[in-house]
Design a protein around this ligand. Structure first.
Ligand SMILES: C[S@@+](CC[C@H](N)C(=O)[O-])C[C@H]1O[C@@H](n2cnc3c(N)ncnc32)[C@H](O)[C@@H]1O
Length: 339
C-alpha cells in the first residue's frame, strides 16, 4: 500500500469551475495588463503580466529565473526587457514547454532552458554555473494546456488516463493513489488538500468500487464523485469531482512539498535586494508564501521586504480576457540585506 506524508490542514477557498484553481479572497491594485496577455499557440495566457514585471523590476543586464516556464508568456516578457548581457533561466518539470520554448526562442543565447523542479533551484543554479539572481518568478500549478489535455488526466470534461503528473516521468499517478491508498489515508488526503467535506464518503465509495474494478480513467472517477458528492444547496456550484481532482493533482505532484522546498532556498538564490514573485491559485499555497514574507519576532533580522501588504489579484479587464486568472494571487518581496 502507498503511504503519503501529511501535507497541510486548511481546505482551500471555494473551489473553482476549472479543476485545480481556487477562488481569491483578497483585494489588490493591479495595473493595466500589457497586450501580450493573449493565450498564443501554446494555449496559456500569462497571468498578471504587468504586475509580475513590476515586481521583478527587470534590469537589462540582470540574471533572472522563471521557474515555471509553461507557455513561456512570462519568460518572453522578461526577455523583452533584458539586454544582450542579461540572462534568464527557465525551468519546467514537463518537457513539452521546454520543446515549445526551443521553437519560440529561436536560439536566443540569453535563455537557459532546464528541465527540473523548482524544489532544486539552488542545485540547478550551481550545476549551470549561474550567479545569485536578481529576480525569481514562480507561477504555480498547471498550465491551461496541461489542464485541458485529456491525455494528461487533469480534466474531467473529457475522458483520459487517470494520470495527473506534471512530470510525465514522475513516479506516481492519480490512478496509483486512487487504487492503492488505504481508504482512511485517501479520505484524509482529500480533506487536507481540498477541504472536500464528503471525503470519507468518497473514499468509502472508491474503496468499494475498486475491489471490483480499479479506476483507470478520469470520467470513471468523476462519475463516481458525481454520485457521491452532493452539490451545495446554495452558493457557487462546482462539479462534484472538482475538489477530489484538485487534491489528487496536488498529491501526485507533491506540490506543497515542492513549494516549501523552493521557498526555503529562494533567499539564498537571490542577491540582496533581489526580488521573489509568486503567483498562487490556492489558499494552501498562498499561505506558504505569505508566511515566508511575514516578519519574524521583533528582534529577529528582517529577511524579506514585501512589495505590497496585500496580494495583487487580476482586475476586470484581465479577467474578461482570461477567466482562468480569476483565482490568481501575486505576492512579491525583495531579499533584505544581510546574511
Ligand atoms: C501555470 S504554468 C506557467 C505558465 C507560464 N507562466 C506562462 O506564462 O505560460 C505552470 C508550469 O509550471 C510547471 N511546474 C509545476 N510545478 C513545477 C515544479 N515543481 N518545478 C518546475 N516546474 C513546475 C508546470 O509543468 C507548468 O508548465
Amino acid at each position: 500500500m502507498l503511504a503519503l506524508a501529511a501535507m497541510t490542514q486548511d481546505p482551500p477557498d471555494t473551489a473553482p469551475p476549472a479543476p485545480g484553481r481556487a477562488a481569491p479572497d483578497a483585494s489588490g491594485a493591479p495595473q493595466r495588463a500589457p497586450e501580450a496577455s493573449g493565450p498564443g499557440e501554446f494555449g496559456h495566457a500569462p497571468v498578471l503580466p504587468a504586475e509580475c514585471l513590476a515586481a521583478l523590476d527587470v534590469r537589462p543586464d540582470g540574471v533572472y529565473a522563471d521557474v515555471t516556464l509553461g507557455g513561456g508568456g512570462h519568460s518572453r516578457l522578461i526577455l523583452d526587457r533584458l539586454g544582450p548581457g542579461g540572462r534568464l533561466l527557465a525551468l519546467d518539470l514537463d518537457p513539452e514547454p521546454l520543446e515549445w520554448a526551443g521553437s519560440w526562442a529561436g536560439g536566443d543565447g540569453r535563455l537557459i532552458l532546464a528541465r527540473g523542479s523548482f524544489a532544486r533551484l539552488g542545485e540547478i543554479l550551481r550545476e549551470r554555473g549561474l550567479p545569485p539572481l536578481d529576480g525569481i518568478l514562480a507561477d504555480l500549478g498547471a498550465s491551461s494546456r496541461q489542464m485541458l489535455s485529456p491525455s494528461r488526466g487533469f480534466t474531467f470534461s473529457a475522458d483520459g488516463p487517470l494520470d495527473m503528473r506534471l512530470d510525465p516521468d514522475g513516479p506516481l499517478t492519480a490512478a496509483d493513489l486512487v487504487n492503492g491508498l488505504p481508504e482512511g489515508e485517501l479520505a484524509d488526503l482529500v480533506y487536507r488538500l481540498s477541504g472536500e467535506r464528503a471525503s470519507r464518503k468518497l473514499a468509502r465509495a472508491i474503496a468499494l468500487r475498486r475491489r471490483e474494478r480499479p479506476f483507470s480513467t478520469t470520467l470513471d472517477l468523476a462519475e463516481l464523485a458525481r454520485r457521491v458528492v452532493r452539490p451545495p444547496a446554495r452558493g457557487r456550484r462546482i462539479h462534484p469531482a472538482t475538489r477530489l481532482f484538485l487534491a489528487l493533482r496536488m498529491a501526485v505532484n507533491r506540490e506543497q512539498e515542492a513549494l516549501a522546498s523552493f521557498l526555503g532556498q529562494a533567499r539564498d538564490c537571490l542577491l540582496p535586494g533581489g526580488r521573489l514573485a509568486v503567483i498562487s491559485f490556492q489558499s494552501l499555497e498562498d499561505r506558504l508564501v505569505k508566511d515566508l514574507f511575514r516578519p519574524g519576532p521583533r528582534d529577529a533580522p528582517r529577511l524579506w521586504i514585501p512589495l505590497w501588504k496585500k496580494p495583487v489579484v487580476p482586475g476586470g479587464p484581465e479577467l474578461s480576457a482570461n477567466p482562468r486568472a480569476r483565482s490568481a494571487k501575486l505576492r512579491a518581496a525583495a531579499r533584505a540585506p544581510g546574511p
